[in-house]
Design a protein around this ligand. Structure first.
Ligand code: KMH
Ligand code: ZN
Length: 304
């Protein structure tokens, strides 16, 4: 049997889905984001996927200046791979979203592979009290909001960031997004090995059923063969079950408070590192090894 690749853990430390009132543990300030990322790396994450927020309100902030203070600290204290979002938040357009990656030239940037509905409003069922004025309308507004990622948007982000040697975490929320990625591969606009991040359980995307996970893998195997590295994330309560089943199928995994606030049913995670430790335990108990940052660099052909 062929030797299995080590497993890359990505930790997405704050994102733009959850809002500060949902958890006291969601990193918001540059100091909190830096500490969370460094803690996640120390716990075993090879890659940290980063968004920035306004330190007072916690609102997503996609200005490059908002990223600089925590990037400096993380780079001083960790050799983890830095992955900057170009997704920003679903309220932002591509020109605004690409600025941090375009100007700061990270090793990896996320790239969302299709326009979609992105339903945050079901969180209003669980979370009722909000400290900041922006939170409720942000969640409520997702009933009638489009997360825009047209072919032209994708090409713009590719052209702008690719010139810096940045490679991509291709966010695929549905089967069609794999076909869009295959289209860009056919045109030579993206290069293998593709780092495909399959996202399960977002309202508007593919669900979290094991059949969905199997179908995503089968389709990616058929379209990309050995030209891709598969990574998986499950949203909310699906996080650890999806990670466990996918790691057993050979996937790399992504955890972090961007994707889920929870460590187990009805219990908030106290930190990103806690989720990394939990998924690392799952991976190691399957008899697999986690990748170091340098091993991830080599597996994904990053510029280093
Ligand atoms: N929020 C995740 C489901 C991005 O930042 O580009 C996907 C994500 C998007 O991380
Ligand atoms: Zn993100």
């Amino acid at each position: 049997m062929a030797k299995t690749d080590k497993v890359i853990i990505t930790c997405a430390v704050t994102g733009a889905i959850h809002t500060p009132s949902m958890s006291p543990h969601l990193p918001v300030t540059p100091q909190e984001i830096a500490e969370a990322a460094i803690g996640a790396a120390e716990a075993g994450a090879a890659i940290v996927h980063l968004h920035a927020r306004n330190p007072e309100t916690g609102q997503p902030d996609q200005s490059p200046e908002a990223f600089l203070p925590f990037l400096q600290v993380i780079k001083q204290r960790s050799d983890c791979v830095i992955n900057l979002t170009t997704g920003g938040s679903p309220t932002m357009l591509a020109e605004e979203r690409l600025r941090p990656a375009a100007t700061l030239a990270p090793e990896v940037a996320s790239l969302n592979m299709g326009t979609m509905n992105f339903g945050l409003y079901p969180m209003l069922e669980r979370f009722k009290e909000f400290k900041h004025d922006w939170e409720r309308p942000y969640l409520e507004g997702s009933r009638d909001r489009i997360f825009r990622n047209t072919f032209a948007d994708i090409e713009t982000i590719l052209a702008t960031c690719d010139g810096n040697g940045t490679r991509f975490e291709f966010e695929c929320y549905d089967i069609g997004h794999l076909y869009t990625l295959a289209h860009f591969l056919d045109r030579g606009l993206v290069k293998p090995p593709l780092f495909v991040q399959s996202v399960f359980g977002i309202l508007g995307g593919i669900g979290p059923h094991p059949e969905d996970v199997a179908h995503m893998k089968r389709t990616a195997d058929r379209l990309f063969g050995s030209n891709y590295k598969w990574s998986v994330l499950g949203a909310g309560r699906n996080q650890m079950p999806i990670a466990a089943m996918s790691a057993a199928m050979g996937a790399n995994v992504r955890v972090g408070l961007e994707d889920s606030l929870w460590i187990r049913p009805r219990q908030l995670a106290e930190s990103n590192a806690q989720q990394v430790r939990q998924v690392r335990g799952i991976i190691e108990n399957l008899g697999l090894e986690i990748a170091t940052p340098d091993e991830a660099r080599s597996m994904l052909a990053l510029k280093g």
